[in-house]
Design a protein around this ligand. Structure first.
Ligand code: BES
Ligand code: ZN
Length: 474
């Protein structure tokens, strides 16, 4: 016997297929909005993206679409709560802000003019994360408009500051918990396992602590012939200080940095070792044939997501124009970030780093250290009903079961929601692991986009078959 919800599922999936062309046009429109959160001149565009989403939420049948002003960019919320009080409520989280587009001249087409080629859509935000947010809108529409109702209650929670550290999110969670009340949060801001259609459930994220450091020397630039050898060069000093932050075993030298790092268990190391991973292909995909980088004693996959790291993200100062200019610069600066793992506390790491960086500065220079942002790491339980149902939905859509992965990136909302409200997250994303996140020519495979919407439609059906308690349980 076919039940109502099974008929609903078929109708919703059919609705997606029927609206494929129109959806693509809308995706194109959404990707054209340059919602770069790091660029204050683009603030009106970030706001336009928020409005676009709120309008679309209302159009697809969600209710109470609201744009909330924050200390940063707007947060968009909405809901559809008519599945029944006994049915689970799912909070859907994605972010609509994107990373800056530089270096612009490396894009084959401008970043906000989507290019469709080789079964991919190329655009800033296509994978991270506007494309995935859009997929959620369309999966919800397929249920609400196609089937007339959804099997679960839905709440939407879309952020515009994720790429700059999610600063306003904690305050929002504290101030408006009623808008986020749910049994489970579904976060779609990660990738699939490979480009062969293997889906993934992500069970770990790294945290982050991000700094800007500046070393000051003479009060203005001076002639390097006249003064060289006589004053400490702030650029020389800065690079020495930065270089000293890691030892020759690839370990971070900030005292206390590793104190709270949770070591991998044997079972976890076995799980890592069993994941299919072609290191050669991985290296080829970024054009770096060999590497001596990273912490000794750990496999590449372990280092990429289960171990903390420290990286210089940018370095500037002095003369970088055409030809040469012989100066000792007045100052030099760098952006430095550390990726953190459970149970490192990002606020403690911020303190340790600031103290250490000040301490290692020679007396010949003055050092400023600014904390830019921080976020906590997260690990989720794999042995849960939500994971089991997620795996079923993914297998239904992609024809193969998901692999379970920890990611090296950060999504601050996951730990913040759990800490502040106890709400657990399930992380299912559809971008490509090779899709140039944060880089020129970001892309999303069309197959993942279509398969992902199919999976989300199935996921609501699966969740609708579970009780609220089952979904909430560890
Ligand atoms: N989508 C990424 C997180 C991610 C990265 C997932 C790689 C899977 C693979 C997210 O948008 C992101 O980039 N987050 C920032 C957060 C930071 C600014 C606090 C990150 O990890 O750099
Ligand atoms: Zn990102």
């Amino acid at each position: 016997m076919t039940t109502n919800t099974e008929r609903g599922l078929d109708t919703a999936l059919e609705y997606l297929r029927e609206h494929d062309e129109r959806n693509l046009k809308q995706l194109d429109e959404f990707l054209r909005i340059p919602s770069v959160s790091a660029d204050h001149e683009l603030r009106p565009e970030v706001e336009r993206a928020a409005r676009w989403i709120a309008d679309e939420l209302t159009r697809i049948g969600a209710e109470h679409a609201q744009i909330h002003e924050t200390s940063g960019h707007p947060i968009v919320t909405a809901d559809w709560l008519h599945a029944g009080a006994d049915k689970p409520t799912v909070l859907i989280y994605c972010h609509y802000d994107v990373q800056p587009t530089d270096p612009l001249d490396e894009w084959i087409r401008p970043p906000f003019e989507p290019r469709y080629e080789d079964g991919r859509v190329y655009a800033r935000g296509s994978g991270d994360d506007k494309g995935q947010l859009f997929m959620h809108l369309k999966a919800a529409e397929a249920w609400l408009q196609g089937a007339g109702r959804a099997p679960v209650n839905l709440r939407f929670f879309f952020e515009g500051d994720e790429e700059v550290g999610s600063e306003p999110i904690e305050q929002f969670i504290t101030a408006r918990p009623e808008l986020l009340a749910a049994d489970i949060c579904l976060v779609s801001d990660t990738d699939m396992y490979d480009d062969e259609g293997t889906p993934a459930i992500t069970y770990g994220l790294r945290g982050i602590a991000y700094f800007e450091v500046k070393v000051h020397g003479p009060f203005q630039d001076v002639h390097s012939g006249q003064y060289g050898g006589g004053v400490d060069n702030p650029a020389n000093v800065l690079v020495k200080m930065l270089a000293s932050l890691q030892d020759d075993k690839g370990r971070v030298t900030v005292p206390g940095f590793y104190d709270d790092v949770r070591e991998l268990t044997d079972a976890e190391r076995t799980a890592y070792a069993e994941l299919p991973f072609d290191e050669r292909a991985w290296r080829d995909s970024i054009g770096v044939a060999e590497s001596g980088d990273g912490e000794h004693g750990f496999t590449l996959l372990e280092r990429l997501s289960a171990r903390p790291t420290l990286d210089v993200n940018g370095l500037w100062g002095g003369y970088s124009g055409e030809g040469s200019k012989t100066i000792i610069p007045a100052w030099a600066a760098a952006k430095v970030s550390t990726r953190l793992v459970p149970d490192q506390d990002f606020q403690k790491i911020e303190r340790l780093f600031v103290e250490h960086f000040r301490r290692i500065a020679p007396p010949t220079v003055k050092v400023d250290v600014k904390v830019i942002h921080g976020g906590a790491p997260a690990l989720t339980d794999l042995d849960s009903t939500a994971v089991r149902l997620g795996a079923q939905a993914l297998e239904g859509a992609f024809g193969k079961p998901p692999l379970f992965q920890r990611m090296g990136g950060s999504i601050p909302v996951v730990a913040a929601l759990e800490k502040q409200t106890g709400l657990k997250s399930l992380l299912i994303g559809f971008a490509s692991p090779n899709g140039n996140f944060h880089a020129p020519n970001e892309w999303m495979p069309m197959a993942n986009y279509r398969g992902g919407m199919d999976a989300l439609v199935r996921l609501w059906q699966e969740f609708g078959s579970a009780s609220r308690d089952e979904l909430r349980a560890d």
